[in-house]
Design a protein around this ligand. Structure first.
Ligand code: NAD
Length: 446
């Protein structure tokens, strides 16, 4: 990527940001051969989605104003401290120093932005129905600052119709814009925290909008940070595509989890069967069993789809069953573990849950099945400890040391470099939910 300053002969290479006092309106950004005018971008919600996006935008030369309602987060971001594993603090510091990135709890800077991107959480409520309260609040907060020509993009995941029937009416009633002046698009985020191979540049983006002008603006913008942008005819198609992507994973994970239960009662080697099936060169995609699904996507998004489908008159039984199968996995793991462990009942050294986050190498504990396993064992009165190198603190309980003695270990994540040989030699009972230690005959597999 090369940044050219149109009013000077200066050319900066990628990573060498444009100086703070440059004439920002005259800067042209060249990204993979595409020439783009620098934009003022507002990013609302600076979490797993918003912060990497902010940096991706600053990295190609846009001016980014990050807004978040969490003052602690804003304060540490202003100091250049990242709270997201994939976003290096150094990169934030460089972008701040170059004048390309600012952070605030106030929404007032939105009035200087030509594009505002919403990246706030869309979780479930206690009844497993969509909770759009944060999306509602964020949309209300930006609305007074929107001007004619400002494009609003939602990257928050939600069911088809959210942009048209939820976000737009809020802007209509809370902004000074006339209905036909509101420019709205949706570009569901596809970030995969911890994934070293895929990032903003090489992950294609889907863009849908309420009108052709909004779609064009959104497409031009996403082309500056992504190598491929797929335009779809309606925002509902983009929203539905995101639902399908994560529901596809939910259903296939549920399938392989159920397959592993079948393997357990029929006494065949589940992993060998999966490997054997994976040799088919077409029509099969490998999934592996696990203790359940976690994070802010797979355990959540399919419920948005099933809820909205039911609301529209169709009961999607297969997806609902998949949601249930995966939700019940932590309970199944505890039952299987206790059956395997029951002969011993020796808890003098405690039970270790090895792996606390929902996947390796990240600190996201949302919906983590390991925590549900931890809680269930605690409820049953077992002394439980935890280990996860990505997690600094959990419930004020210290992280266990791997050289401790444990009566039993439940492995929930791969790649933790656990001393299973040593534990086995000491008589520790090990229950592996990951398949990583399936070569050890003494280790019970899920
Ligand atoms: N985490 C993922 O891997 C992932 C992947 C793709 C899509 N998504 C979707 O992206 C959206 C954001 O998810 P996330 O994981 O980044 O969430 P997150 O919890 O990591 O971050 C969200 C941020 O938004 C802030 N926030 C909440 N309400 C706000 C408001 N009204 N105004 C300003 N800021 C507000 C929070 O303080 C937080 O910092 C969700 O819809 C999610 O489904 C997430």
């Amino acid at each position: 990527m090369i940044i050219k300053l149109a009013n000077t002969k200066k050319t900066l290479l990628a990573g060498g940001f444009v100086s703070k006092n440059c004439r920002t309106d005259l800067v042209t950004v060249y990204n993979r051969g595409i020439m783009v005018e620098r934009k003022n971008i507002g990013i609302v919600g600076l979490g797993y989605v918003g912060l990497p996006l902010a940096l991706a935008c600053a990295d190609v030369g846009h001016l980014v104003h990050g807004v978040d309602i969490d003052p602690t987060k804003i304060e540490s971001l202003r100091q250049g401290q990242s709270h997201i594993e994939d976003v290096p603090s150094d990169a934030i510091k460089k972008a701040i120093q170059a004048g390309l990135l600012t952070f605030d709890t106030s929404f007032s800077n939105i009035s200087n932005c030509s594009i505002v991107i919403i990246c706030v959480p869309t979780p479930l409520d206690v009844t497993h129905a969509p909770d759009l309260s944060m999306l509602e609040l964020a949309t209300k907060s930006i609305s007074p600052f929107l001007k004619t020509g400002t494009l609003v993009v939602s990257e928050s995941t939600s069911f088809p119709g959210t942009l048209r029937n939820f976000i737009k009416p809020i802007i209509v009633s809370h902004s000074s814009l006339k209905e036909n002046e509101i420019l709205l698009a949706v570009a569901p985020e596809r970030v995969d925290p911890g994934n070293k191979s895929f990032n903003h540049q090489n992950t294609p983006r889907i863009v849908g909008a309420l009108d052709i002008h909004s779609r064009g603006l959104a497409t031009n913008f996403y082309r500056t940070i992504s190598s491929e942008v797929i335009e779809v005819t309606q925002p509902e198609v983009a929203e539905a595509a995101k639902m399908l992507e994560n529901t596809f994973r939910q259903v296939n994970i549920a399938l392989v989890n159920e397959f592993s239960k079948i393997g357990n009662v029929m006494k065949f080697n589940v992993y060998e069967a999966i490997e054997a099936a994976s040799t088919k060169p077409y029509g099969f995609m490998k999934f592996v069993p696990g203790p359940g699904v976690g994070g802010h996507c797979i355990p959540v998004d399919p419920y948005y789809l099933t809820w909205s489908s039911r609301d529209s008159g169709f009961v999607p039984e297969l997806i609902e069953k998949a949601n249930e199968v995966n939700r019940e996995m932590p309970g199944y793991v505890v039952n299987r573990f206790l059956n395997f462990y029951s002969e011993e009942k020796d808890v003098s050294f405690g039970i270790l849950v090895a792996g606390l986050a929902y996947k390796p190498g990240i600190a996201d504990l949302r919906e983590s099945p390991a925590i549900q396993i931890f809680d269930k064992l605690k409820e049953l009165g077992y002394p439980v400890e935890w280990y996860d190198p990505s997690i600094e603190s959990f419930l004020n309980l210290p992280r266990a040391e791997l050289n401790q003695n444990f009566s039993a270990v439940i492995v929930t994540l791969r790649g933790l470099h656990l001393p299973v040989d040593r534990w086995l030699a000491r008589g520790t009972k090990i229950f592996d939910c990951t398949g990583e230690y399936r070569e050890f005959a003494e280790i019970e597999q899920l």
